[in-house]
Design a protein around this ligand. Structure first.
Ligand SMILES: Nc1ncnc2c1ncn2[C@@H]1O[C@H](COP(=O)(O)OP(=O)(O)O)[C@@H](O)[C@H]1O
Ligand SMILES: [Mg+2]
Length: 356
């Protein structure tokens, strides 16, 4: 997974994105910072609506014109926010490529896949059609498409969903990008196909030596694939750390809740403990920690003050929680099991607050 830890290929700093709408301003991303090292895999996880896609679309300049964007996103030193279309089209595909949930948003139904891969190569490199098609065969082989040479002539509709997504991965790799952003790349696929496509993505990413931002609503997808993990909630980073930090020593109740919603092979009990309730609306968000109404540890301070992401077990393990130290050694079922519901008022919360 991790390659040279030193060099940064993508650096995002205090990224904020909002959308003015008739109902008010949607605060989709509220100040996210992260850095991605060369060859590193960063998993980004959070429920639907937490701002994962908006964050990535902002980085590659694909948000609608109505979006208000601030902060910074530098790829290999080059600032992308506010860059011209010309600048961005040079960066896209060559330095950063993107893989979306639905392969048909990336593929053109009227061209053969060989043609589409070859054109992706030719967009950035001065090579002839024949040479580009030879490279296309190698790329299809890299993502483990059987009989790659024959497959060049296939059209997208002749392939299964999993095979189509492999083609999209091949196109994303075509120009050996420094960064791949894969936004829910396996969400639209059957569970058995998901694992195979993820495997192909892994292999290709390692062969190319690209760094990857792997975005998913399902923490299970990034287990075993990500070096580091960012957990997003209501447009903010609420926990960040190595995969071990986040999976084995989470310091934000939301992360613990996500872990409890995950089927585990080593689980003592079969039962899952989902987090009750739903994330807040991104319009007119109340003050305080947005997880408060769903949080078994919540106290009065949580309603007033939104905690910043701060170092916990190590300088690089960040969590945004007033009570993060209380999570040490806790199991998901202790907090979210045993009848915990989002409308339950935690008894004794006020006394504990005063004692603090
Ligand atoms: N073009 C848009 N206009 C207004 N609101 C948007 C737009 N795109 C996304 N949003 C809102 O931004 C928030 C974050 O969305 P998104 O990044 O797609 O979430 P995720 O990818 O984590 O599921 C959501 O509340 C969504 O409704
Ligand atoms: Mg999304």
């Amino acid at each position: 997974m991790t390659a040279a830890a030193g060099e940064t290929v993508l650096e995002v700093d205090d990224l904020r994105v909002s959308f003015p709408t008739d109902d008010g301003v949607v605060q989709a991303v509220r100040g996210v910072s992260y850095r991605l090292g060369r060859g590193e895999v960063l998993g980004v996880v959070g429920e639907s609506g937490s701002g994962k896609s908006v964050m990535s679309l902002a980085v590659i300049g694909l948000l609608p014109g109505s979006a208000r964007i601030s902060g910074s996103a530098r790829c290999c030193g080059e600032e992308l926010l506010g860059a011209s279309d010309k600048q961005l089209s040079r960066v896209r595909g060559r330095r950063i490529s993107m893989i979306f949930q639905d392969p048909m948003t990336s593929l053109n139904p009227v061209y053969s896949i060989g043609y589409q891969i070859a054109e992706a190569i030719r967009a950035h490199h001065d090579v002839g059609r024949e040479a580009a098609l030879e490279q296309a065969v190698e790329l299809l082989d890299l993502v483990r498409i059987p009989n790659p040479r024959e497959r060049l002539r296939s059209y997208p509709h002749e392939l299964s969903g999993g095979m189509r997504q492999r083609v999209v991965i091949a196109i994303a790799m075509a120009n050996r990008p420094d960064v791949i952003i894969a936004d829910e790349p396996t969400t639209a696929l059957d569970v058995t196909v998901q694992a195979q496509v993820l495997e192909a993505l892994d292999t290709a990413q390692q062969q190319i030596g690209a760094a990857m931002v792997l975005i998913t609503h399902d923490l299970g997808v990034i287990a075993g694939h990500a070096d580091r993990v960012l957990v997003m909630y209501a447009g903010k980073l609420v926990e960040a750390g190595t995969a071990d930090d986040v999976f084995y020593a989470p310091r934000m109740p939301y992360t613990l809740g996500l872990l409890g919603s995950l089927p585990r092979l080593d689980a003592k009990t079969e039962r899952l403990t989902p987090i009750g309730g739903a994330p807040p609306s991104a319009v007119n968000m109340p003050p305080g920690c947005p997880f408060t109404p769903r949080c078994p540890l919540a106290q009065q301070v949580c309603e007033r003050e939104e905690p910043a992401a701060e170092p916990t077990t190590s300088p690089d393990h960040l969590a945004a929680c007033h009570f993060s130290e209380q999570l040490e050694g806790r199991e998901p079922a202790e907090l979210f099991g045993a009848g915990w519901r989002d409308d339950v008022v935690v008894p004794g919360a006020e006394q504990r607050e005063e004692a603090r």
